[in-house]
Design a protein around this ligand. Structure first.
Ligand SMILES: [Zn+2]
Ligand SMILES: [Zn+2]
Length: 256
């Protein structure tokens, strides 16, 4: 599991910002837009979201395959790199199955009308994607559990892979989703900043989730420049830290 991006929608540094985090020379304070990559050796490589920074993320981490894409939701920071999937189509010579909820597909198909309408002439370099609306467990040879979450008023999806759950862009976990994430040993969770926000957990709220779920290890993601890496980690309890771009850890997936 690789964290490709741990930043908020603006990324860190923010354009034009002169704050200490945005001017930091600590590479952990450079945050691209949110995405993760799950590589199950010899089986499947899964990209979660096609961030605005997908091209840069793919080059930085040497991504050579994307066998499936899982969309959490269709906000710009999570989908605007979708066009770059065509590079993987060219390498793999197959369409790429993509998964998301109904709300995500409505927005993605509007934003990327030229990909899904099939009206462009051939040879135009359009991504070849197969849209699947998520309806229960996803079987990709490994078992993936979609986890309904609230991102303000927008219903979005987190994803659980075996002992690992990825819950970005949320400010509430519905009661029905708690059993889906129970027992997660490793958690990556939205923690935007300290100040309250209508669609994201604060650090304090995220810590309360960690306290209830009790994963062995928790990483926060989708951070603004309000949370400098080193100083924020110094005040987080044991077992909880900020994720950063390029963070890699092992997970255990379930066979489907
Ligand atoms: Zn976001
Ligand atoms: Zn969002």
């Amino acid at each position: 599991m690789t964290v490709l991006g741990s930043g908020t929608s603006h990324g860190v540094p923010m354009i034009g910002c002169r704050c200490a985090t945005c001017r930091s020379t600590d590479p952990h304070d450079k945050r691209l837009r949110p995405s993760i990559y799950v590589d199950v050796p010899g089986r499947i490589r899964i990209l979660v979201d096609t961030s605005i920074d997908l091209r840069q993320q793919a080059l930085t981490h040497g991504l050579e395959r994307v066998d499936a894409v899982l969309f959490t939701h269709a906000h710009a920071d999570h989908i605007l790199g979708l066009d770059d999937l065509r590079s993987f189509n060219e390498l793999q010579r197959t369409p790429i199955p993509c998964y998301g909820n109904a709300e995500a597909w409505r927005a993605i198909k509007r934003t990327f009308f030229y990909v899904f309408e099939g009206t462009l002439q051939k040879g135009g370099g359009v991504p070849q994607l197969v849209a699947h609306e998520v309806d229960g467990l996803i079987d990709l040879g490994v078992r993936i559990i979609p986890v309904p979450l609230w991102h303000g008023k927008l219903p979005i999806l987190g994803y659980r892979f075996g002992n690992f759950s990825y819950l970005t862009d949320c400010n509430a976990i519905p009661d029905a989703s708690w059993p889906l994430v129970a027992g997660s040993e490793i958690l990556v969770l939205d923690a935007l900043r300290d100040l309250p926000h209508e669609t994201h957990f604060t650090v304090e709220q995220a810590l309360a989730i960690v306290d209830r779920l009790k994963p062995r290890r928790a990483y926060f993601t989708h951070m603004t420049h309000d949370l400098p890496h080193a100083a924020t980690n110094a005040r987080l309890p044991a077992g909880v830290e900020l994720a950063y771009d390029g963070l890699v850890f092992d997970i255990e997936v379930d066979a489907a």
